[in-house]
Design a protein around this ligand. Structure first.
Ligand SMILES: C[S@@+](CC[C@H](N)C(=O)[O-])C[C@H]1O[C@@H](n2cnc3c(N)ncnc32)[C@H](O)[C@@H]1O
Length: 212
């Protein structure tokens, strides 16, 4: 079967099938689904400690971060385009909705914190467009917590597709953003970097609306 949607292949992956992200003539990367499905661990603290107040996890996957935020008593909602991700998030006791970040979300303009974890800065293939969208989801003075690729790594946008044992998706753009380039990409979206941290090979930046 070809012509699966991206969401369909992600569903297969979340149900435990070995799936790959491929780019023409370049690379074939197994989707690190075990990393998404594991319980939240000490490494996630790097992201979670910046989540203050009502938090929206954009591209929440199976929900380990929102589940942990809920346990800590935060108001936290995950959104994802994959129904299986939403089901798995809910079965962990987290609140999650099947929504595309580029379509309206509940609480537009009122979220205290938004989270882009695990490379989700790549959603849509244009970081500035995604960051601009998320600034509008946040309340004025809200913060965006972004996990990035490490310094020294080249930022890039690829046209990728997802493959599972029963077929593949159409092509879609996906970006990898190094922390070196994030502030430059955030500037046209009226966001500035206010903090940066690293631990265990993971890198996180905190962005806020630029002062007018
Ligand atoms: C790299 S995975 C990260 C999963 C999750 N953060 C985790 O650790 O479990 C990317 C996730 O973003 C979701 N996604 C992709 N495009 C999206 C969009 N436009 N709006 C919302 N979610 C999206 C995918 O379905 C997938 O679950």
């Amino acid at each position: 079967v070809t012509g699966l949607s991206v969401a369909e292949v992600f569903s297969h992956a979340l149900r435990g099938e070995v799936c790959h992200l491929t780019t023409p003539g370049e690379y074939r990367l197994e989707l690190p689904v075990a990393d998404w499905r594991r319980p939240s661990d000490a490494g996630d603290e790097l992201l979670l400690r910046w989540c203050d107040g009502a938090t929206l996890d954009v591209g929440c996957g199976p929900g380990r971060l929102i589940a942990e935020l809920a346990v800590r008593g935060h108001v936290a909602l995950g959104i994802d385009i994959v129904a299986e991700a939403i089901e798995q998030s809910r079965s962990r006791g987290a609140a999650a909705l099947e929504r595309d970040v580029f379509a309206p979300v509940p609480g537009e303009g009122r979220w205290e914190t938004a989270l882009l974890a695990d490379g989700n800065i790549g959603i849509g293939g244009d970081a500035t467009t995604l960051l601009d969208r998320i600034r509008r989801i946040l309340r004025p003075g809200g913060r965006l917590v972004v996990e990035t690729a490490p310094p020294g790594q080249r930022s890039s946008t690829v046209v990728a597709r997802l493959e599972c044992p029963c077929g593949h998706s159409g092509a879609f753009p996906w970006s990898v953003v190094s922390i070196d380039d994030l502030a430059r990409m955030a500037q046209p979206a009226a966001l500035v970097e206010v903090a940066r941290e690293s631990a265990g090979g993971r890198w996180v930046a905190v962005l806020m609306e630029s002062p007018r």
